[in-house]
Design a protein around this ligand. Structure first.
Ligand SMILES: Cc1ncc(COP(=O)(O)O)c(C=O)c1O
Length: 350
């Protein structure tokens, strides 16, 4: 095999479909910049809103099958927007104990009473809901945990929410565009419909662009647009919104990108299996290795780097385990990069 390149190739991150460097998105970005300027320069109610935002927002709602959607400067603002609205009618929220920090910040900022259930344990959620007294609560969960890649039991969470008449929020930052037979995300993969929950999604991950969105019932989404995080911050710049429209078109028209991503995931799993390295979850494009401990994970990071692959070890607010090294399956890997991964795993430090 050729010597490791001087600049290591990213073999992690969130660009699952390999769209971040797709030339057609770059061309859409350039055309958008020429037509609308580089910056949104303002929030949606200032002069930041353009027809390209309008079109993208409608296309997102249509693609995911929701009544309405609200584009955000970052997915991170989704939890803040959701709970600002929901706290007017709900006092208590049940949430997965390790859900993303944006949800916790949103719940806290809105002054909600937070009750956590064990990570991805729908039975624990159900038990707690059965003991719940008072008006119906809200429920919040990540669809996919960002570091471990674990898929939440969304159908069971949906059923528990229904039985408790609870308002459900699913943060599918990592699943949208990549998961499900049609790229409609983890909800589609788990058989959970748009009528069952409000959904947050990211345009900075599988779509290869920037920003986020929150989608749901029309009357709720109308209120999200008026909240501080949605109304008081700049939007994704119009060229980025134009690129996101092109990305969405590719997601719709080129399912083979998802097929390649899954084929690459399988190949990575096989290499890790052959060395007895535990893969935390196999049903999402996040390929996280459970190593002995933090030292072992850092050694493995350095070993991948020596093979020309960048798989950074880092700690994350919502992930208590310290032995995890997170790689990702992406549709854009070259044959040579995949071989490097296999060679690195086969010669792993013991
Ligand atoms: C579950 C989850 N929600 C929200 C976010 C924030 O997404 P964004 O970077 O698009 O704001 C992340 C980021 O990784 C995440 O993992």
């Amino acid at each position: 095999m050729a010597a490791a390149p001087s600049v290591p190739a990213p073999f992690a991150g969130n660009d699952y479909l390999g769209l971040a460097r797709e030339p057609r998105l770059a061309e859409a970005l350039y055309r958008g910049a020429k037509e609308f300027g580089i910056s949104s320069t303002s929030s949606r109610w200032g002069l930041g809103w353009t027809e390209v935002h309008d079109a993208l927002q409608q296309e997102l709602a249509d693609f995911f099958g929701f009544e309405s959607a609200c584009i955000l400067g970052a997915t991170y603002f989704g939890g803040l927007s959701f709970f600002e609205v929901i706290a007017k009618t709900h006092k208590v929220v049940y949430c997965d104990a390790t859900c993303h920090i944006n949800l916790f910040q949103g719940m806290r900022a809105a002054g909600m009473e937070i009750r956590t259930y064990r990570h991805n344990d729908a039975a624990d959620l159900r038990r707690q809901l059965e003991a719940h007294h008072g008006p119906p609560p809200a429920i919040a969960t990540d669809a996919i945990s960002g570091i471990s890649g674990e898929l939440a039991p969304l159908a069971e969470v949906r059923d528990a929410a229904k039985a408790a008449k609870a308002e459900l929020l699913i943060d599918d930052a990592h699943g949208v565009f990549a998961m499900g037979p049609n790229g409609r995300g983890a909800m589609e993969a788990c058989g959970v419909g748009p009528q069952d929950a409000t959904m947050m999604g990211s345009m900075s991950k599988a779509l290869g662009c920037n920003g986020g969105f929150i989608a749901g019932r029309k009357e709720l989404v109308k209120q999200f647009r008026r909240t501080g995080p949605a109304a008081g911050s700049a939007l994704p710049p119009p060229p980025v919104a134009a690129a996101a429209r092109e990305g969405l078109r590719i997601v719709r028209d080129e399912p083979q990108r998802r097929a390649t991503m899954w084929a690459n995931a399988k190949r990575m799993h096989a290499a890790l299996d052959a060395q007895g390295i535990e893969v935390v979850c196999r049903v999402t494009p996040i390929v996280t290795m459970a190593l002995r401990d933090e030292d072992d994970a850092r050694r493995m990071e350095a070993h991948f780097l020596a093979h020309g692959l960048k798989i950074p070890y880092f700690k994350y607010a919502s992930e208590p385990r310290e032995n995890l090294l997170r790689a990702a399956a992406r549709a854009c890997y070259t044959k040579e990069e995949l071989q490097r991964f296999e060679a690195a795993v086969a010669s792993r430090p013991k």
